[in-house]
Ligand binder design. Structure first.
Ligand code: NDP
Length: 448
């Protein structure tokens, strides 16, 4: 495995996020891999780290002033051994090939853990929807989809949302796909309810991360009732994490965006959450405004020169990072442990640096990786695909029950492969369980 990792590094030395994701999996699966020589004989890992297909394309569009703008679009179709490629689209100025490859690589194992038949991939563009008019976002989405439509399809590759891609963007992308291909199919998930979406899809990632937290706490005879919780971000995942924590009796005391965070010791109750949803999803404002509206809250602007994020230095029991990758470093992790955090459920993808993961492991924190804890989003996307194929819709209760069963099953898989001496290493458990499913399918399907 070490030699293999050296080869991957020498091939793409600058893809630091991708290499971080690969090294994490290697560290956890190498013993299992070495104990099962059939994998190495078939070159499974060598093939797994190389995407089946990478598409990079120009996205030209016109802004409201009539100026030509050009962005770069990506779709990485990583692994289809378990089904059609499935994974979100991210629109954010930081998007590059390394970030899309790390997200696509993680997605392979996450999708495998759900037990649904979905391969893994990811896509996006270095386009920033912030500050753009609806018309500009529509023109961008149409241009992006004009090219992407050649490469996707309901049985080939079914994208969804991620950072910067919500219901508005999915609508524009779907409309353009339908026009170009002249077909109304389930080619995207995260659709609005009235034209093929699934109930609970908007809620699924946040609800799922909270259900997973509840499962982890259960192993210690505890639950979320009365727990003080930290949630970062204020987008889709963060909002529904707050909603479910509130329902289960916990108290969320902070939210953030890329400029800063609010700390509200009184708790973000359902009325305040409704305000956040209106602020972020409709007015597209900044989290700072929360502290202007509620005087129980204090806003802190991020200082980019800081070596830690002060949001993670608030006294709490549980943490739900729900913004972006590497938002918790070793110093943050140590602060969290010192302040009493006993559980970290990753709503975001790869929010912890490798050093932070080690701090949590050393301190026996219940810590679930995104590929397990945030799999609820793609799971309900899978359920949306199933409903689209059957041309029918399940009730809210039905979808929520299926989501809870899936999250509980992922938790069991983590325990199976990650437990040792009464403690579960959820990273190891999720990585081995996901890897095994994908590797065994690749073995069955021959050298492709
Ligand atoms: P949204 O775009 O809805 O919200 C993202 C939030 O994170 C915003 O508050 C945003 O602030 C903040 N954020 C984004 N980038 C940064 C950054 N570089 N630094 C600080 N804050 C940042 O995205 P989602 O809620 O959908 O996604 C959040 C995380 O969850 C991502 O890691 C995503 O990959 C992961 N995820 C999402 C799923 C889904 O179903 N949506 C499924 C599984 C994982 P600002 O407004 O200032 O940009």
């Amino acid at each position: 495995m070490d030699l293999l990792v050296q080869k991957i590094i020498s091939r793409d030395p600058n893809q630091k996020e991708f290499l971080q994701a690969v090294k994490e999996v290697v560290q956890d699966v190498s013993e299992f891999y070495n104990n099962n020589p059939q994998y190495d004989k078939a070159g499974i890992f060598q093939r797994m780290v190389e995407p089946e297909r990478v598409i990079i394309f120009r996205v030209p569009w016109e802004d409201d002033e009539g100026n030509v703008q050009v962005n770069r679009g990506f779709r990485v179709q990583f692994n289809s051994s378990l089904g059609p490629i499935k994974g979100g689209l991210r629109f954010h100025p930081s998007v590059n090939l390394s970030i899309i490859k790390f997200l696509g690589f993680e997605q392979i194992f996450k999708n495998a853990l759900t037990g649904l038949l979905m391969g893994g991939g990811k896509g996006g563009a270095d386009f920033d929807p912030k500050g753009k008019s609806d018309n500009e976002v529509m023109r961008f989405c149409q241009s992006f989809m004009l090219e992407l439509s050649r490469h996707i399809g309901s049985d080939t590759d079914v994208p969804a949302g991620d950072i910067g891609v919500g219901a508005r963007e999915i609508g524009f992308l779907f409309g353009q796909y339908k026009r170009v291909r002249n077909e109304f199919t389930g080619v995207l998930t995260g659709k609005k309810l009235n034209w093929g979406g699934s109930l609970i899809r908007p809620e699924a990632t946040g609800y799922g991360a909270t259900y997973f937290a509840q499962e982890m706490l259960n192993t210690r005879g505890q639950n979320l009732d009365g727990k003080i919780c930290l949630v970062s971000g204020s987008g889709n995942v963060a909002q529904y994490t707050v909603e479910k924590i509130n329902t289960l009796g916990g108290k969320v005391v902070c939210l953030s965006d890329s400029n800063g965070f609010i700390y509200d010791p009184a708790g973000i109750d359902s009325e305040k959450l409704a305000y956040v949803m209106e602020l972020k999803n409709i007015r597209r404002g900044r989290i700072k405004e929360y502290a202007e509206k509620y005087n129980s809250a204090k806003y802190t602007e991020y200082d980019l020169g800081d070596d830690h994020n002060p949001l993670w230095n608030i006294k709490a029991d549980c943490a739900f990072p729900s913004a972006t990758q590497n938002e918790i470093n070793a110093k943050d992790a140590q602060n969290m442990v010192n302040n009493g955090v006993v559980l970290v459920s990753e709503g975001a993808n790869m929010p912890c640096t490798p050093e932070a993961i080690q701090v949590f492991l050393d301190n026996k924190v219940l810590h679930a990786p995104g590929k397990a804890a945030n799999a609820g989003g793609v799971a309900v996307s899978g359920l949306e695909m199933a409903q689209n194929s059957m041309r029918m819709s399940w009730t809210r209760k039905e979808v929520d029950e299926r989501l809870q069963i899936i999250m509980s099953d992922i938790h069991k898989q983590c325990l199976t492969y990650g437990s040792d001496g009464g403690f579960c290493n959820y990273f190891k458990g999720a990585n081995i369980a996901g890897f095994k499913k994908v590797a065994d399918s690749m073995l069955d399907q021959g050298l492709v």
